[in-house]
Design a protein around this ligand. Structure first.
Ligand code: DON
Length: 571
């Protein structure tokens, strides 16, 4: 039925013609004759919290490189922004290694435990159990973040973990002033935190959420980080910390084993690379859907010259490309170690040519009439940071515990809140996850399998400027990063890229989510007349971008203006 609709739409496209599509101009050549810089000679870091950005610079000052700085930023974020990411979660990194001129992708995504049982995510009457999917230890995959940081230090960094984790350990032990987002997250999740004594002990000191501006400490987390600094992988995945994790998870009804922890492995994968109007975009491969979707959207759009379009038609073609990419996302994608995906087809320019033909020039294409899904607001409970160091090493990392404060379950004695990433699997066929995403068998839970992610850490290399870019936002990560990439290609500086107003379409529900101000009144009216349902949505962000202008050899870093606590800094 799905396939039938696809061909039906394809046919309409051919019959009605493609007057909206026209060949793109050749990439604009650099106007400056000066040679392009090979190394910036200074560094830029943009993250969601000023303490984390400063921790990165502290480690650079000790002689570290971008990869050491990434360890410092990620681990400090795990302390000061635990609602977004941490040692109980995972990350994905797209990186450029300057010395070998190599692009690499690090998959430190969580994995399902061996005892995963789909029945745990169903109520007795067969309806989805949203509580086990999102709260408590059954919602948690085996964490990848600690192993990912150890991997970065071992293979790419210059400093020992005792140096690169030092700022985070100090911050957890001595304390910090929580920002309004952390306080708000704890207030929002207070009832869930109260379900588990260890969660309440950490996040509800004296039985109440911490107060903004008052010192907040997490000494157990400092100890867990110290174990990691001292013993590497075995400081988390075996030994004392692992014992504590397993005991706590079991006591609360979870099913992890010591073997699940000790067999967790970081995977290096080949990033997805796509060329678009003279820019090369290096981005996340499966088990993220982000890179495939971004590549598919850009391949469709490469047949147009967006810069010559009015706002209505630009939005129309971008939305239609998003719609088609998300349809494939739902159907095909999963963990590449478990499922065979038609990546050659999805990434092929010829496939995009066909999809482009299905876009009606002046009308929205309705998504198929599957049961509508309703995602919760995406929240911004994931974190992205970007780094370029003096030698031109680049790190783009998106890190997550999934929904706000993850599973809200802290394993007793570790100070670590576990993720609720199991909800990123298609736990119940044809039922949406918290972001309204539908999945197929490709993303069904299986022992050891990694759940599909939308995380899209990316690097964009243009004729004379390079950007390191990414964002949180659940399923909107993909479209937010795409729009950031387009804003960069349009010539935006870091501030303009992160501030750029956004919109999102994910095939189902068949609605365009719009950030207030993204479209003026006339554009909104025109899009509505074309058949789009526009819906204002908040929040958007928290994009963090570093740009290297290789003509002037200047770095430019910016953190999303939608949130007050981030910091983009060049030094
Ligand atoms: O991996 C993913 O796609 C999600 N777990 C990301 C969650 C997220 O971005 C939540 N908040 N913004």
């Amino acid at each position: 039925m799905k396939l039938a609709l696809r061909w039906h739409v394809l046919l309409i496209g051919f019959v009605l013609g493609t007057s909206g599509a026209f060949a793109a101009d050749n990439p604009k050549p650099s106007t400056q004759a000066a040679p392009l810089a090979q190394r910036p000679g200074h560094a830029g870091i943009a993250s969601a919290n000023a303490l984390a950005t400063e921790a990165g610079f502290e480690v650079l000052a000790k002689g570290g490189n971008a990869f050491d700085a990434a360890i410092a930023v990620a681990s400090t974020l795990s302390v000061v922004e635990p609602e977004s990411s941490g040692m109980g979660g995972g990350f994905m990194a797209t990186m450029h290694v300057a010395a070998s001129d190599r692009n690499v992708f690090i998959d430190a995504r969580e994995a399902a435990p061996a005892a995963v049982n789909p029945k745990d995510y169903l109520n007795p009457d067969g309806t989805p159990n949203r509580d086990t999917a999102l709260k408590g230890p059954l919602s948690a995959g085996i964490p990848g973040e600690p192993a990912g940081l150890v991997w970065l230090a071992k293979h790419y960094g210059k400093l020992p973990l005792t140096e690169s984790l030092a700022p985070a350990i100090r911050t957890a032990r001595d304390g910090f002033k929580p920002d309004s987002r952390l306080v708000g997250a704890i207030q929002e999740e207070q009832q869930n935190l109260e379900r588990w004594p260890a969660s309440a002990a950490v996040y509800l000191p004296n039985g109440k959420p911490p107060v903004e501006g008052e010192i907040f400490r997490n000494p157990d987390q400092a100890h867990t980080l110290e174990q990691l600094a001292q013993y590497g992988d075995s400081g988390f995945y075996s030994g004392e910390t692992a014992q504590k994790l397993i005991e706590a998870v079991h006591a609360a009804g979870g099913n992890w084993t010591l073997k699940d922890l000790s067999s967790y492995r970081v995977k290096e994968r080949t990033p997805i690379t796509v060329d678009y109007h003279g820019y090369q975009i290096i981005t996340a491969p499966p088990p993220s859907s982000g890179g495939v979707a971004i590549a598919e959207i850009l391949n469709i759009l490469s047949g147009f010259d967006l810069s010559q379009m009015d706002q209505v038609h630009r939005a129309h073609y971008v939305i239609e490309a998003m719609r088609r990419a998300f349809r494939d996302h739902n159907d095909y994608l999963g963990d590449p170690d478990f499922v065979k995906m038609p990546l050659d087809m999805l990434l092929s320019p010829y496939y995009a040519d066909g999809l482009r033909q299905t876009i009606l020039p002046d009308r929205a294409t309705p998504s198929s009439m599957l049961a509508p899904t309703s995602g919760q607001d995406p929240g911004m409970h994931t974190t992205h940071f970007s780094i370029i160091d003096a030698d031109g090493n680049m790190v783009s990392i998106t890190s997550t515990v999934n929904y706000i404060l993850g599973s809200t379950f802290v394993a007793q004695g570790t100070g670590v809140v576990l993720n609720d990433e199991m909800d990123d699997f298609a736990l119940v066929p044809n039922k949406p996850n918290v972001y309204g995403l539908l999945g197929s068998k490709a993303n069904a839970p299986e022992p050891g399998k990694r759940m599909l992610s939308s995380m899209s850490p990316s690097i964009v290399i243009g004729p004379d400027r390079t950007a390191v870019i990414g964002s949180p936002g659940g399923s909107t990560i993909i479209t937010q990063v795409l729009e950031g990439i387009l804003a960069f290609i349009d010539g935006g500086d870091a501030q303009q890229v992160v501030a750029h107003k956004r919109f999102h379409h994910q095939f189902m529900p068949d609605v365009v989510n719009v950030e207030p101000g993204a479209f003026d009144a006339a554009t909104s009216e025109a899009l509505t007349r074309m058949g789009y349902t526009l819906k204002n949505r908040e929040p958007w962000g928290f994009m963090n971008v570093v740009i290297w202008d290789r003509r002037s050899n200047k770095l430019d870093a910016a953190s999303d203006p939608r949130r007050p606590d981030g910091l983009g800094k060049v030094q």
